[in-house]
Design a protein around this ligand. Sequence first.
Ligand code: COA
Length: 388
Amino acid sequence: MRRVALIAAGLTRFGIRQATYRELIQEAGKAAFDSNKNVSPKDIEGFVLSSVFPERSAFQSHVACLAAESLGVRPRKLFGRVENMCGSGIVAIRTAYTAIVTGLADLVMVVGAEKMNVPVPTEAALNMITGLDRDWEGSYGLAAPPMFALSAQAHAAKYGTNEEQLSMVSVKNHNHSKNNPYAHFQKGSTMEQVMCSRMISTPLRLFHCSTMSDGAAAAIFASEERAKGLTDKPIFITGTAQAAHGYAVANFHRDLSHWPALKEAANDAYAMAGIGPDDIDFAELHDCFSIAEIIAYEELGFCEKGEGGKFIEQGLSDYGGKVVVNPRGGLIGCGHPLGATGVAHATEIFLQMRGEAGPRQVPGAKIALSHTNSGPGEHHILIFEKGF
Ligand SMILES: CC(C)(COP(=O)(O)OP(=O)(O)OC[C@H]1O[C@@H](n2cnc3c(N)ncnc32)[C@H](O)[C@@H]1OP(=O)(O)O)[C@@H](O)C(=O)NCCC(=O)NCCS
């Protein structure tokens, strides 16, 4: 099987941005080309755009062609848009990966972009509900915060996971994003601030939630052969997997403290890469809500099932612990422009592997895992290894 390398990456600052949808794409695309001067737009053979609801939030559809044109890219071997809710970015990267592995293309650009704060954030909340089962759940108020709150309640009831432990995830990720000039939030936070923030959906408070951000990220992938002429620092995708157990919360699983689809995907990705959870140096995990990071520790095998609360409490997911989780600040610290998030994981992995992450550098980073979910029943994973 042909190997696939990440050879360039860049992103915009995440936040409430005045920039238009097109401008965000241009900013991220330029940053990716600036990161590797051996690649120019005319070289790109394939182009995949990850974007969830530009029709609603940027009043624009047919966006893959718009994005490619905005960057001066004229793809002729692979082309299109991917929408898979919050997991879209990794699904787009897997699309590029598959095309390169099969020989359909040698050089593919992936861009993730979302404009969430147009016209007003409350509109973004309504938009978000379009990603849930409209007939049976979304229209009755089962938006993302209550959906993940159900997991937090089940985890608390079964394993005793408490509000302090949920809050430690938020404090860690806010303190990481303090060192990230591209993050939505850069002031850090304290336990008091998190635990006194207003209740959104019991037990999840404001600071336990990711926020609505505008932003874009871009990454360029090449076959191993093509990468040789373009970089001496390739980062290879060595494992990848997905699993989906269902759409409506009421249908896919009875015990919301367990996310078996994530465990299944993790095991497949580890097997493909020929590694185990203990080999991961750092992980970009989908902390859309702090409980999601705690459950991910468990299902990814960083700790035993039910021990996720203790894992954060003991500092095992921070610098100096077992595996550094979310060094860029996660979704809680960076914000979550849906289509951009999975691609932003790749931009962080690009910087970390090259030793260019500044004050948030993970010492000796060689193997990284990227995980996004599209709800508790649907998970996407990539494993990256430093190839130099
Ligand atoms: C949590 C949520 C309901 C809050 O929305 P809201 O009540 O409209 O609150 P706002 O976004 O206006 O934020 C209020 C303030 O808190 C701040 N804030 C919001 N989230 C924050 C966070 N995680 N950390 C720190 N500050 C935060 C905002 O910057 C804003 O500050 P300001 O008043 O100084 O401008 C909303 O952000 C949300 O739904 N998040 C989840 C998004 C989601 O579902 N994503 C998909 C996940 S699968």
